[in-house]
Design a protein around this ligand. Sequence first.
Ligand SMILES: [Mn+2]
Length: 350
Amino acid sequence: MKIDVLFENCDAVLITSPQNLQYFSGFAGGEGFCLLSHSSKTIFVDSRYTVEAVSECKGFEVVEFSGGNLFELITAQLNKISAKVIAYEDLCLTVATFNQMKDKLDGISFVPLGDKADIIRSIKTDEEIALLRKAERIGDMAFKQVLPMIKLGMTENDLAAELEYQMRKSGASGTSFDTIAVSGKKTAMPHGRPDEKKLEYGDFVTMDFGCIYKGYCSDMTRTVVMGEASSKQIEVYNTVLAAQLEGLKTIKAGVVAKDADYAARRIIEDAGYGSYFGHSLGHGVGLMIHEQPNLSPRSETVLVPNMIVTCEPGIYIQDFGGVRIEDMVAVKENGCENLTSSTKELIICG
Ligand SMILES: [Mn+2]
């Protein structure tokens, strides 16, 4: 069982982050404490979530806490299973909660969980891939619906709102991150924020958006041009597209993540735009929008079948604008399955 790695140096693990609660217990409510050991599975929730936890957490004992008795209840359970060493989620637990735990869980020693849960979650099951595929399809559908609405004079906020509305209408429970819909010179900021700026003739418009479907995130980016593309815009766009296609061609099981990054980066460097591509080629996606593995120039991670990663090179030129093109793919033995189907030809809008 792959979760055995969690217990290598501890008697039990205390799961506290929303993504790990959902992954290891099925509880999607976000707020709770899950205590896992070789022999027991317990989840502690307050009364807002008791009914949900009972229905979602198969094989778990559900314990309701209230009025500050949480750590007493956890102590009772730790005594019952004779646990002395527990691993905690050092990557996301607050210092305040950690200090409280140390204070209230008498006689227990603590070891950091590190990235063990993240590594387990980086390789998806077929069921998870089906949910991620569906989440990405919702993004594709939203893009198709919104494309004809993109007109000169529309604001970036309007555009972001339409994308979010269409995803929600198609079954999403929310967005997986703040929608990026930026235009003109603002597209030179990879994570620019939409505002009241209107889409103008000649603008690049970058839309980077995603939704959550049954807890799983989607992520895609497309860049279009308003009215007419200049020759420089076409050159920058085609360079990013060539890099993106090269990245996709390289992503497969056995490839080291940094080599996938470099395959795409080299195209951009060779075209003379190397210094305008500051971020990594991509990242893992799952219950979190950014998770393992990282496709960065420094990542030694070897890609494994059923990892889900993005491929999203970009070129960002201050006072000119920028382009990013992003697909989400499943790593396979001999290549990758592209979960994104929207066209990547340069689209002229307005
Ligand atoms: Mn992304």
